[in-house]
Design a protein around this ligand. Structure first.
Ligand SMILES: [Cu+2]
Length: 67
C-alpha cells in the first residue's frame, strides 16, 4: 500500500532531490516518486509518516497526507 503526500515548495529537480533526501534520512529504504508538477510524493511504503512530515517541514517543504 502506498502513501501519497502533498508537498509544498517543490519547483524543480533540485527540490525533488532534496525532498527525496529528507525522506530517505528518515526511511533509508524508501524510494519516493516525486511529481514536480503537482507536488505529490508517492511513497512505496508507509513507514513513519509523522517523522517524514516533520523532516520535510524542517527541510523547507511543508507537507500533509494527501490520502
Ligand atoms: Cu527547486
Amino acid at each position: 500500500m502506498s502513501t501519497i503526500l502533498s508537498v509544498s515548495n517543490i519547483h524543480c529537480g533540485a527540490c525533488a532531490a532534496r525532498v527525496t533526501r529528507a525522506i530517505q534520512n528518515v526511511e533509508p529504504s524508501a524510494v519516493p516518486q516525486v511529481d514536480v508538477a503537482t507536488g505529490r510524493v508517492t511513497l512505496d511504503k508507509a513507514g513513519d509518516t509523522g517523522a517524514i512530515l516533520a523532516a520535510l517541514d524542517k527541510a523547507g517543504y511543508p507537507a500533509s497526507l494527501a490520502q
